[in-house]
Design a binder for this molecule. Structure first.
Ligand SMILES: [Zn+2]
Ligand SMILES: [Zn+2]
Length: 279
């Protein structure tokens, strides 16, 4: 059964929460807490009971629970969850109603939210939406389509931007990535592209063409640095770019194609738009 409350719909099977605009980004723990609160509307759920249910057999700091409660208040509206001082929390929003699961899996929300239908990561044996974000959590995103391309990049710009000897990137259609919390700040690293990072924690997040596009190929895509995905495992890189800058002490033993920046047709084309060779 799904649970409907106000303009929200909680799909228990796929562990997703929808509002009328589409999917609401919630961490797995926040989702668990919400389910527990919804099962006993207007009743206090003691903190100990919440810790036991959500973090069984784990020592968790007191403020971890508060962090999840504030994430839920942000997602639902502040007055949906009431703090009962010294005891716990209670759900105080519209009464949840159990409704049959949506028959049309493509139309999960109250209204159609096709463009926000998440791509589900099934690699852990559990259906979870493909999500990611920065180190501090201020920037979060949902991915709704499979990547167009995955690669390693050893170029000097990626090395400096990430502070790592090599980056791994997953390129998506621009419309397939939605920022559900915050947004990257952008640094224009070349005449035709900009790099996104979290203003708060500095995490390297994205690489994308600038607007207006300099050529037809430099439009409508965004590269997400693969390790910022909550589960980067399925997005194995399929080729190497920028191998002219590969550090000599890094050995990656795969048989994937290796391309120098000056041999990349896309980079040659972009720099040529400014009458410049690939640096
Ligand atoms: Zn951050
Ligand atoms: Zn690079």
């Amino acid at each position: 059964m799904d649970l409907k409350f106000g303009h929200f719909r909680l799909r228990q099977k796929s562990r997703l929460l929808f509002n009328s605009d589409g999917i609401v980004d919630l961490s797995a723990r926040s989702f668990d807490i919400l389910v527990l609160l919804l099962t006993k509307p207007d009743q206090v759920i003691e903190k100990a009971a919440l810790f036991d249910a959500v973090w069984p057999n784990l020592q968790v700091e007191e403020n971890t629970l508060q962090v999840h409660i504030s994430a839920l208040r942000k997602a639902l509206g502040a007055d949906m969850i009431t703090t009962v001082h010294g005891r716990g929390y209670k759900y105080s929003g519209p009464l949840p109603v159990a409704v049959p699961e949506d028959l049309d899996p493509d139309n999960p929300g109250e209204q159609s939210a096709e463009h926000l239908r998440p791509l589900l990561d099934l690699s852990g044996g559990r259906k979870v939406p493909v999500t990611g974000g920065c180190l501090c959590g201020k920037v979060r995103y949902v991915v709704t389509e499979a990547p167009i391309d995955t690669n390693f990049c050893h170029c000097r710009m990626c090395q400096r931007f990430s502070g790592a000897p090599v980056t791994a990137g997953s390129t998506y259609r621009a419309g397939a990535v939605q920022f559900t919390n915050g947004a990257p700040k952008y640094y224009r690293s070349s005449p035709f592209a900009e790099r996104g990072f979290c203003e708060n924690c500095g995490s390297s997040l994205t690489y994308r063409p600038v607007e207006p596009p300099v050529t037809a190929n430099w439009a409508d895509w965004i590269l997400i640095y693969t390790p910022t995905l909550d589960n980067p495992d399925p997005n194995a890189p399929t080729w190497h770019l920028g191998v002219e800058s590969q550090v000599p002490w890094l050995r990656i033993q795969d048989d994937n194609k290796r391309v120098r920046c000056q041999d990349s047709p896309d980079l040659v084309e972009a720099w040529a738009a400014f009458n410049l060779p690939v640096p």
